[in-house]
Design a protein around this ligand. Sequence first.
Ligand code: GLA
Length: 402
Amino acid sequence: MKYISTALAAIGVLLTSSQISAKKFEGLAKTPPMGWNSWNTFEVNISEELIKETAEAMIANGMRDAGYIYINLDDGWMAPERDDEGNLMAHPERFPSGMKALADYLHSKGFKFGVYNCAGSKTCAGYPGSMGHEYQDALKYAEWGVDYLKYDWCNTGTRDAKEAMTTMSEALWAAKRPVVFSICEWGTSKVWEWGSSVGHLWRTTGDIIDCYDCVQEWSRGWKVILDGQMDLVSGHEGLGVFAGPDGWNDPDMMEVGNPGMTMADNRSLFAMWCVLAAPLIAGNDVRTMSDDVCRILTNKEAIAINQDALGKQGFRFYKDSKREVWMRSLSDGAWAVAVLNAADESREVSFRWHHAERHLVDEYKIRDVYAMKDLGNTKDMPTVSRVLDSHDVMFFRLTPLN
Ligand code: GLA
């Protein structure tokens, strides 16, 4: 009897500890989340009309069917104050029909619905933060039908990032509605070391801006953010060692299609985000984007690389001042290879496959991802060479010949 009760007690302990560690909804982000977020283009100037028009556009232009299913409101969706009971409310002028109505609308169109809040007393734009209201807010999100929460880090004082993020994650868990939890503490506490036990993705850096390598206060061009994915830690895989199914490094929402980006920037950013297994969250005005931009964002072969089931983040294989080669190992022995012209002028860029023989141990069929064309194989074409615009890319999928 004593043995039985000891055994039962031990099982109880096991159950309790597994429940305690299971505060994250597993399986919601087996591949990097895909969607759209309002911040990069609209900042706080958002409204229910804008969100509905965005959803309609994403249906008409093929984005939804290409996999962009999360529509995420960033900062600015809330009323400036909580109600008398401390509940968050939708901003009365921007979202007069309320959050539940918007969630229902998006769900009826085949999308999932995301919102934003902050671990501090206020959000970065000064709206009510979740500090001290985590469980109450999580219940509201569940009531409204929220599927994704981006959780930011302004006005947090001396809070510990892991503790604060864990509290919100536990609150979502307690509210029982599965929510993708997007941690946004900008890499200030080496979030990659603990992010996957708490959330599904985590920002690794400060804010992105629509240029190659410009620097503006807190924001950086896409190439600076890209470099951070390798240079924030030592080791030839960079931050990639921390990522995998259900837990992704997030180099920030995309700037593809935004005014400061050239078409070369657009192609290169998208190729690199695919190689990085980064969340593909578009940040442009999808209602007015050009067909060329839409073709990049909806390129099925690039998206297949991003969404590859192996879930292995790519890395920078080679870098000099004019050329970079980024590679990603894919399912079934395939590889993605992106060769960037890092120079400030157009020039001929080439790459000899043999140079990467440490990784490319086979011979491969070469597929040009953007041209969607087979180019031959690595035996017959040992070098790829092309004149590339400044900051443009060649993007290949290599499939083993045998
Ligand atoms: C921070 C985040 C951005 C955005 C703004 C909103 O800067 O890093 O992505 O959410 O706040 O205020």
